[in-house]
Design a protein around this ligand. Structure first.
Ligand code: VG1
Ligand code: CO
Length: 542
């Protein structure tokens, strides 16, 4: 039996960089999740009788919303739902399952790297049939619908047993609970040379993978420890917990500091990695060397041909605009194009679908390829392992050699979190007012080449996206970029991205913050950060 439940719109259901993210208590309001899910369905056409994939990163409130989503899918006319066992499915695995089983789309419940628990964050995101996040045209339609919604449809049925693999029915719709790991694992076995990696683990090579009590644990244990023979204990914090053990499942140098400290110590294994709440991000650290996500993208692109899945070479690279330009130099050498897109994985989908790009990445620790339509943390780890197995050199050597060959892009991001929204907007307005001016005292000795508010024209669907970040580009190739985060749930987060190119191998060593000190000063003065936000220092430096 279907029920039609009257409801009233919420005014704040605008999807951000990656779906709708709010505090758990916001999502727990009566009809809040239901309204958003119905708005998704109302914004779509032609799904009657088709398949919907549902899964999430296992955070607090995941199970409740999964049950709601299944019953609403039934009432709205889907023919089949595929749901990960226990309601679990990493973001890249969801993308793969949508593609492999030719689903109409998928609902991914995740707030990614944001903290979880009763006072933490929750999120809902819709992915389309190519497995990728819904493009802006659809997210805007969902938002428009959410402001006018008057009713939602839900099956009046008992909860589905999420922990048992098998098939059941909700109101005439088939529900298949499946193993969230196996399809994904099979895909990884196609892309990478598992024998080469197995041989490495059979020798002296050791790694540590920190799953941060998030979704990647079961995937990493199955693939690294069971399939590739890494010793048990290689994967730590491998059990997904609803509150991520009270930690912030963000694989960066702040929240994965233990891993960093280990990798810099004398007992360091050869390779260290971590992934985030929903498994799409990766942190890569070699013994004695942290590899920035921007460098990792460039290095993976330059060495991808060493893995069977990319043996024929790559067609193109895509990076988000604030990501460092290290990948551009690799593309140039490979005589392929490097596309520059706005922040957020949804902008890569068209390029991947059209075969224009093979490997994509963002400075925020997301890397991926045309094997799915999401960033993929474990994929990046496996590609690195495949490369290490083939090159038989240390990470440190590989990275230093890359810098010698291509030059080094010193790169850092400074985040100012939970800034008052009004003040943050005023700061961005102030910056916008400086665009085009070449003689600002704040520039110091830097000579401006160009400044603008980044706009993107999609070469595939010809759509335009404006207002994607304020850029100051200097004549020596350095860049300062400002944007406001679209994933936070409290106040505003100002992100400042700072980059300088260093071609001289003699100057490529040393600490990033010191190497960028001048530009960091310019960035703070230009935006008047201290006076406008009252912040003497960033909240997080990555
Ligand atoms: C951040 C990152 C962006 C990433 C997005 C989703 O967005 O900067 O690169 O695509 O998170 O990442 P923002 O708007 O806060 O800067 V994740 O791991 O959700 O799925
Ligand atoms: Co994520």
């Amino acid at each position: 039996m279907n029920k039609t439940i009257p409801t009233r719109p919420f005014s704040d259901q605008k999807p951000g960089t990656s779906g709708l993210r709010k505090k758990v208590p916001v999502f727990q309001q009566k009809n809040y999740a239901e309204n958003f899910i119905q708005s998704i369905f109302d914004a779509l056409e032609g799904f009657k009788g088709k398949t919907l994939v549902i899964g999430g990163d296992g955070r607090f409130y995941n199970r409740e919303v999964i049950q709601i989503a299944i019953k609403m899918a039934a009432a709205n006319g889907f023919g089949r739902v595929l749901v990960g066992q226990g309601g679990l499915l990493s973001t890249p695995a969801a993308s793969h399952v949508i593609r492999k089983h030719k689903a109409f789309g998928g609902i991914v419940l995740s707030a990614s790297h944001n903290p979880g628990g009763p006072e933490g964050d929750f999120g809902i995101k819709y992915n389309i049939s190519n497995g990728g996040p819904a493009p802006e045209k659809i997210t805007e339609a969902i938002y428009a619908r959410s402001k006018a919604i008057e009713r939602y449809l839900i099956a009046d049925a008992p909860d589905i047993a999420l922990d048992r693999i098998g098939t059941s029915e909700v109101d005439g719709m088939r529900v298949q609970v499946f193993d969230p790991v196996s399809d994904y694992q099979a895909l990884m076995e196609e892309l990478f040379d598992f024998n080469v990696i197995r041989d490495m683990f059979a020798g002296t090579f050791r790694m540590r993978f920190d799953a941060m009590h998030a979704i990647t644990g079961p995937y990493a244990k199955a693939i690294l420890e069971r399939a590739l023979g890494a010793p048990e204990g290689t994967v730590i914090n491998g059990t997904p917990l609803p509150d991520f053990g009270g930690h912030h499942p963000d694989p960066n140098l702040v929240h994965a500091k233990d891993l960093y400290d280990l990798m810099m110590s004398k007992d360091a294994p050869d390779f260290g990695a971590a992934s985030d709440g929903d498994g799409d991000r990766n942190l890569i650290i070699g013994r004695n060397i942290f590899v920035t996500p921007s460098d990792s993208l460039a290095l993976l692109a330059a060495n991808a041909h060493l893995a069977p899945g990319y043996g024929k070479g790559i067609a193109g690279i895509a990076r988000s605009m604030p990501t460092s330009m290290a990948a551009d130099r690799v593309a140039e050498r490979l005589k392929i194009k490097c596309y520059e897109t706005p922040t957020g994985w949804k902008f890569f989908g068209n390029l991947l679908d059209a075969g224009l790009a093979t490997i994509c990445g963002e400075e925020s620790a997301g890397t991926g390829s045309n094997h799915v339509r999401e960033e993929d943390g474990l994929w990046a780890v496996l590609l690195w392992l495949n490369i290490l197995g083939r090159r038989k050199e240390s990470m440190e050597n590989i990275v230093f050699q890359h810098w010698r060959d291509y030059g080094r892009n010193f790169y850092t991001r400074h985040d100012y979190e939970e800034v008052d929204t009004g003040r943050a907007n005023a700061l961005m307005d102030h910056l916008r007012a400086q665009l085009g001016k070449t003689d600002l005292p704040a520039f110091g000795r830097k000579i401006l080449a160009k400044s603008d508010d980044f706009a993107y024209h999609d070469p595939v669907d010809q759509s335009d996206s404006k207002g994607q970040g304020i850029r100051f580009l200097f004549r020596d190739g350095s860049r300062i970029i400002y944007r406001l985060s679209g994933t936070g749930t409290a106040g505003a987060t100002i992100r400042v991205y700072i980059e300088r190119y260093e071609p001289d191998p003699a100057k490529q060593g040393g600490d990033t913050q010191t190497a960028l000190a001048d530009l960091i000063g310019v960035a703070r003065n230009l935006a008047e950060i201290e006076t406008r936000t009252g912040r003497g220092a960033p909240t997080v430096i990555t």
